[in-house]
Design a protein around this ligand. Structure first.
Ligand code: ADP
Length: 168
């Protein structure tokens, strides 16, 4: 990498939906990278049934980061390292909240290193206010009619309300 080439990072995940924790990690990444590609993975995740479709999740990400020209929001299929390579990204960003995240994240980082040795995984910890926050908890609380306004952006809150209302 020459000193003039922009530092591009990829932040992959489910983002079902994007929370203030993800936003915090994004802001922190922009302190060390020139550009960030937030990429929704087209794959079954920890959840059996996603709340938002991949396209809806990408739309929500775009709304949240509409004012941030250094952030691009998209989705990808297949191997993350192949996507990262195609986008000339050298950093894979992941958030670490607690020890419970560690084992899975560590395994994945090492596998990605095997698959593409030049790629580095950058782990960032969020502000302590978001260290307990997960998208699955937000989905669960919203589904049960709880107030999640402190955990997501207003546009996400609106869509969550629409979904929960439709589900009742
Ligand atoms: P995945 O299904 O890949 O875990 P998520 O959307 O749940 O997708 O999370 C994407 C990344 O963001 C993961 O590295 C996860 O640890 C991180 N993350 C999720 N919530 C938070 C949070 N509140 N603070 C910091 N990182 C987070």
């Amino acid at each position: 990498m020459t000193s003039s080439s922009p530092i591009v990072a990829i932040y992959p995940g489910s983002f079902d939906p994007i929370t203030l924790g993800h936003e915090d990690v994004t802001r922190r990444t922009l302190r060390v990278a020139d550009r960030l590609v937030i990429a929704v993975a087209h794959r079954a995740t920890h959840t059996k049934e996603p709340l938002f479709s991949v396209d809806e999740r990408v739309d929500l990400l775009r709304e949240v980061f509409a004012g941030e020209p250094r952030v691009e929001c998209t989705s990808f299929e297949g191997l993350l390292v192949e996507f990262a390579r195609a986008r000339s990204a050298r950093f894979i960003v992941r958030g670490l909240r607690a020890v419970s995240d560690f084992e899975y994240e560590f395994q994945m980082a090492q596998m990605n290193q095997e698959l593409w040795p030049e790629a580095e995984t950058l782990f960032l910890t969020p502000d302590v206010r978001y260290s307990f926050l997960s998208a699955s908890l937000v989905r669960e609380v919203a589904r049960l009619g709880g107030d999640v306004s402190r955990f997501v952006s207003p546009s996400v809150l609106e869509r969550l309300k629409a979904k929960s209302g439709a589900g009742r």
